[in-house]
Design a protein around this ligand. Structure first.
Ligand code: NAD
Ligand code: MG
Length: 398
């Protein structure tokens, strides 16, 4: 029996993870569940999965959770505060940590799991975007096994030979015969929208992803293709890429989840339903395979698969991310923080959709030269960027 901890248990990835665990209860037990403030949702999960611990960042919500569990005589112990997530991530009772908190808030607990040498199923791409080399180096130093469950990176991982899979972060792609990694993305809900209408799209339109059902932040990122930009940076670190090693391809049907092209002319693709249970099950059981509860792809009903080059005018966020990736750690930290501020403001109806790239560009120009050699530097730059972006929001406006 392996113990599994889910950080971000009430979110979209958390729910998909629990679906996989429910089906494989003979192999895995839930040792801890953590989330931000949703006491009712977490209480329900505690009653079903009976973890040893549950944690909420929000202190009042944790008190509510304690009451709910006491009323149902559930023995799960409740912890509170950000420190509780870090503690649970390192708890010896769990073998696997699913890092599914959204945004920079996931950095500290992901690092904690890495330092404890866990198998980490990484959904929280923002933490890797922020800490890049530091995270990959920490994983190597502490013998942690970082496995991507972001569907594209999991697809790339599945297409790569074992000699690469077992050396993420410091693998030699050329030595393994790899020519290029082809990162696919659907292009989001605005792929065909006339460009002049982008400024006035609504939140509802932006979060209505054509193929995947996900949390609000990543849905907006998918519409702007900042998600693909963050994934580009994520791939750079996971697979130790050079600029010429990776290309982004729009594939609107999301049947292929990404590809690897080899020296001999072979191109391997991982295909499947757009269901996160597949990459989660893959990484959970790797190198074995378990039932994810996902129907196989019905090729006869897939229709035509098409591919396009991303248009830089439509997707300025993608371009900003690609440039930031090769500029260095401070640029990607600034980009991530600025994007989080802009997306939160967009979701609250305070700025328009096209303010997102404007704010990111402004932040990159002003802040990305700072030194970023340690985790403290990164957290400081993240905080500084958020403060400055808060002030600039009114300037980038609607
Ligand atoms: P979500 O918004 O549905 O869920 C987020 C979870 O994080 C919730 O459990 C919430 O309680 C918790 N959380 C939020 N703020 C927190 C904080 N400050 N401290 C601690 N916990 C906090 O998000 P999601 O769609 O599940 O995405 C989670 C992560 O997985 C993101 O990094 C996203 O980019 C990545 N991801 C998601 C998908 C997907 O299909 N949803 C696919 C690939 C990658
Ligand atoms: Mg993805």
């Amino acid at each position: 029996m392996q113990g599994v901890t889910i950080l971000g248990a009430t979110g979209s990835i958390g729910q998909s993870s629990l679906r996989v665990l429910r089906r494989n209860a003979d192999r895995y037990r839930v040792s801890a569940l953590a989330a931000h403030s949703s006491a009712e949702a977490l209480a329900e999960l505690c009653l079903e999965f009976q973890p040893d611990y549950a944690a909420l960042v929000d202190v009042q919500a944790a008190a509510r959770l304690r009451e709910l569990l006491a009323a149902s005589r559930c023995p799960t112990q409740v912890l509170e505060g950000q420190g509780a997530l870090d503690e649970l991530a390192a708890d010896p009772a769990s073998d696997v940590v699913i890092a599914a908190v959204v945004g920079a808030a996931g950095l500290s607990s992901t690092m904690s799991a890495i330092k404890a040498g866990k198998r980490i199923l990484l959904a929280n791409k923002e933490s890797l975007v922020m800490s890049g080399a530091l995270m990959m180096e920490a994983a190597r130093a502490h013998g942690a096994e970082l496995l991507p469950i972001d569907s594209e990176h999991n697809a790339i991982f599945q297409c790569l030979p074992e000699q690469v899979q077992t050396k993420l972060g410091h693998c030699d792609l050329a030595g393994a015969g790899v020519r290029q990694v082809l990162l696919t993305g659907s292009g989001g809900p605005f792929r065909k929208l006339p460009l002049e209408q982008l400024a006035s799209v609504t939140v509802e339109q932006a979060i209505a992803h054509p193929n995947w059902s996900m949390g609000a932040k990543i849905s907006v990122d998918s519409a702007s293709m900042m998600n693909k930009g963050l994934e580009y940076i994520e791939a750079r670190w996971l697979f130790n890429l050079k600029r010429s090693d990776i290309e982004v391809v729009i594939h609107p049907q999301s049947v292929i989840h990404s590809m690897v092209s080899f020296k001999d002319g072979s191109v391997l693709a991982q295909m499947g339903q757009p269901d996160m249970c597949t990459p989660i099950a893959h990484a959970l059981a790797y190198p074995q395979r378990i039932d994810a509860g996902v129907e196989p792809l019905d090729l006869l009903s897939c229709g035509t698969l098409s591919f396009e080059k991303p248009d830089p005018l439509r997707y300025p966020c993608l371009q900003l991310a690609i440039e930031a990736c090769w500029q260095g750690q401070s640029a990607t930290t600034v980009l991530n923080a600025a994007n989080e501020v802009a997306v939160a403001a967009f979701l609250e109806g305070r700025v328009g959709f096209t303010a997102i790239p404007k704010l990111c560009e402004k932040a990159l120009a002003a802040l990305s030269g700072e030194a970023c050699g340690t985790l403290d530097d990164i957290l400081q730059l993240d905080g500084e960027t958020r403060r400055r972006c808060g002030d600039w929001l009114t300037q980038v406006g609607h």
